[in-house]
Ligand binder design. Sequence first.
Ligand SMILES: Cc1ncc(COP(=O)(O)O)c(C=O)c1O
Length: 377
Amino acid sequence: MAPGPSNLHPRVIQALIAPLTGHKDPYFLGILEETAALLRQVFETRNRATFALPTSGGGGMEAALVNPLEPGDTIVVGDAGFFAHRMVEIAQRLHNVEVVVVCGKWGSPVDNTELVEAVRKHRPKVLGVVHGETSSGAEQPFDGLSDACRETGALLVVDAVATLGGVRLPVDELGIDICYSGSQKCLSAPPGLAPVTVSDRALQAIARRRTPVPSWYLDLGLHARLWAAEHIYHHTSPVLNIFALYEALSLIVEEGLQRRLERHCLHAAALRAGLEALGLELFAHPAHRVSSVTTVLAPAGASSTAVKAALLEEFNLEIAAGLGEYADGMWRIGIMGHSAQQANVILVLSALEQILQRQGFQPRGSGAAAAEAVYRD
Ligand SMILES: Cc1ncc(COP(=O)(O)O)c(C=O)c1O
């Protein structure tokens, strides 16, 4: 129940122990093509350039920035959390790229009016935002962003590491140009792959670069050639991880994307009702809570570290601590993929209730009963 990695479905585990094939084996190449087609369904895109990079979500972020940006360019980043700030840090390492930061408050999204103003004023090559900020539990809305980008020629780059496959993000409808994710969260595949989709508009902007993409390994054009029909060698594909991702994506399509998104909303609502019934304070702004990550403050007097450790030792249940200045005193609970189940929600609430009581915190009511009420509705 941490915000990633989430549990693996037995079919995904089975894929990891399938007989290994070569990365040029026709069987594997067939799976690669089917994986790309499934990714298009989950990203809700028709983008030809849709594939998975052999790296974690952070590598997807780096690829999304180093490909379009070159010396002399500007990027505007909406920064209201730990992972958006990482976008800022990556951009700041790029040679002669001006980084304009539009700050927001942790727990809320960045103000879209301010983002649009910054895009109109600075006319950047890229506007970067995080869809689901895993550090704060807030969801970024997209109103006006794509229009402002199209008006000024900017590319809209979106981090969907914590949301793809769990929270609605129709890439084409929202006008997103580069969107990247991580395999280990709402997709419920093992860590190690970063799904990414790139619009034709972004591919054209990358093709117009005056200088080569400074990272050979993360050059999206080279990955696109590997995943295209010619399968031109770039790296030895992590074959078993691709088999597992293929299986995880197949499960999503079998469940139905819409049903899966609704399942995440339902379990997030039950978890939140339960936490509030216990008397705990949720961190993210009520209007902007992302269903895949719930952030909750530890009550005064309770040790957030000791509670987290007891959950793991006694209940075999993992939740995460806060990040940055909230490293102490906050818990982050994932509602992600195969882990997003009623039994897990009830277990985390009941276990928290017991452990907190031991720490001298008197719960206001029954968390599990409040969650059950949501399920019954
Ligand atoms: C929103 C967001 N972006 C980027 C990352 C980085 O992903 P990874 O740890 O897979 O490199 C994470 C990881 O938690 C994340 O939640």
